[in-house]
Design a protein around this ligand. Structure first.
Ligand code: SAH
Length: 359
């Protein structure tokens, strides 16, 4: 897949032709990662944040939300629930909460690993190299950090850097998105790395989105999460304020195209059908994502008392459903499309499936 082909598909509107794209992506998914759908239980451990990301509802200066940080017992109980539901992985996600101390979380990671052997993914934003190392040594396996965009100018607008020192010195020296630098750092420490973008974030052109898809492949990302951008009323970023040519639409169809193209570009990567997709199309978003290239679902395990407070975007799917109900929905969905629930950690497998070499 070259950039010209990716761009042509992103612009394609003909439903029949798009069916061909989705069919091809589904075939490639089947061939390289099989019929298993791996479940990653999501635990939203804190909504405190030290950043001012222009797209995100839990950014630091949003005073209209109540802040919470789960206790270690609450987090470990969620991991036990994941084990009970036979998930292979938990994902601990939060705002960039600098009061999540490295040692505190390392202790939780260690205990969960010892008791459950679950794979552990972290998604806690940009932290110091040392924190990443401590968590890896405690037993964490993977780290998710969406680079959000490969366009350095758009990145500066939607993700203002912070004045304090945790951002790598290199940020000023390299004209790249610092998150791309951090992802490479994480991989060197030994994490499997995940990234992604929001489809249709204000300021994202077709050209930018095509570059993002190519970057997933170039950096050789293990997990790629793409979901539609959903405007939050407590943020200043707004599609209506953007006046650029070729703004990508934040629709479900554009997200399906992005998932399918990502699958074709990165056949062996793990690709979730995201909660944001099921938020904008409650009826069939998640299912359609699974039918055009995705092979992962991240069911929410966060206790209901906190769920509505982790509102990165409004009306998040599952906000009023407890973990049992969400789990039942997911299991039914997987059965209804004739796929299997993956057993075990579901790490990315490289190069040896059907003897195919990575392209
Ligand atoms: N603090 C962590 C986790 C952020 S939430 C971090 O910065 O990595 C995880 C992802 O949700 C973000 O990376 C972003 O891509 C997505 N997200 C945030 N706000 C969103 C919105 N308004 N619409 C859709 N997705 C959003």
């Amino acid at each position: 897949m070259n950039k010209k082909q990716i761009l042509a598909w992103l612009y394609e509107k003909d439903k029949k032709k798009l069916e061909q794209l989705f069919f091809a992506a589904n075939e490639i998914r089947q061939k390289y990662v099989g019929n298993d759908i791996h479940l990653r239980g999501l635990i939203e451990i804190s909504n405190y944040c030290s950043r001012e990301c222009a797209y995100c509802g839990i950014h630091k200066s949003n005073n209209s939300i109540q802040r919470y940080r789960m206790t270690s017992k609450e987090i470990i109980d969620c991991a036990r629930l994941a084990k009970k539901f036979k998930y292979g992985t938990i994902v601990m996600q939060s705002g960039e909460d600098l009061n999540i101390k490295a040692e505190w979380l390392a202790d939780i990671i260690y205990k969960i690993k010892k008791e459950t052997s679950l794979a552990i993914t972290l998604s806690l934003g940009e932290r110091s190299y040392n924190d990443f190392k401590i968590w890896k040594e405690a037993g964490a396996d993977r780290y998710l950090l969406r680079f959000e965009t490969t366009d350095p100018n758009l990145y500066k607008i939607i993700h203002p850097s912070k004045s304090i020192e945790t951002i790598r010195q290199n940020e000023n020296k390299l004209n790249i998105n610092p998150r791309i630098f951090i992802l490479k750092e994480l991989r060197n420490i030994g994490y499997a790395i995940g990234t992604g973008v929001m489809v249709g974030v204000p300021g994202q052109t077709y050209d930018t989105l095509a570059n993002d898809i190519l970057a997933f492949k170039e950096i050789d990302i293990d997990m790629i999460g793409v979901g539609p951008y959903i405007e939050h009323p407590d943020t200043t970023l707004s599609i209506n304020k953007i006046n650029i040519n070729n703004q990508v639409e934040n629709t479900d169809e554009m997200t399906y195209k992005t998932i399918a193209l990502t699958r074709l570009a990165c056949p062996e990567s793990n690709i979730p059908s995201t909660t944001a997709l099921s938020t904008i199309n409650k009826k069939s978003g998640r299912k359609t994502g699974l039918l055009c290239g995705a092979n992962i679902i991240m069911p929410n395990l966060t206790p209901l008392i906190y769920r509505s407070k982790y509102e990165i975007y409004p009306n998040k799917y599952g906000i009023d459903l407890n973990a049992e109900d969400i789990n039942a929905n997911v299991v039914n969905l997987i059965k209804s499309i004739g796929r299997n629930i993956g057993i075990g950690a579901g790490h990315r497998t490289k190069n040896h499936i059907h003897g195919l070499k990575q392209t």
